[in-house]
Design a protein around this ligand. Sequence first.
Ligand SMILES: [Zn+2]
Length: 118
Amino acid sequence: MHELSIVMSIIEIAESEINKAGGGIADEIELDIGTLSTIEMEAFDFAWNQGIRGSLLEDAKLHVNRIEGKAKCLDCELEFPIENYYDSCPVCGGHFNQILQGKELKVKTITIQSTVDG
Ligand SMILES: [Zn+2]
C-alpha cells in the first residue's frame, strides 16, 4: 500500500527530529497534506494506526492540515482553486497551470513529551 510507505517515511523523519531534539516521545504531530497529493485519507489513517505501533509516535495525537489545491493560469494569470492537476482555467479555458499549492506532504510540527526522570 502506497500510504503505508508514506506513513513510514513520515515516522522516520519525525523520529530523527525527536532524536535531534534530545529524545523523548511525540505528544502531537501536525502534518500538511495537500489535496493534490495522491494520498487517500482513509487509507492514510489506517496505515498511520499500524505504522506508529512501537514507534516514538505511538501515543501522539495526529493533526492533518488539508491544503486546498490552487493554481495559476499561465495564459491569463488567474489564480483559481483546483481539484485535479489538469483542471482548466475557469475564465479562459487554458490548460497550462502553475500549481501554487496543494502538493504538500510534510511534517509541520512535532510536540515532544519530555521523558519522566528516574
Ligand atoms: Zn486563464
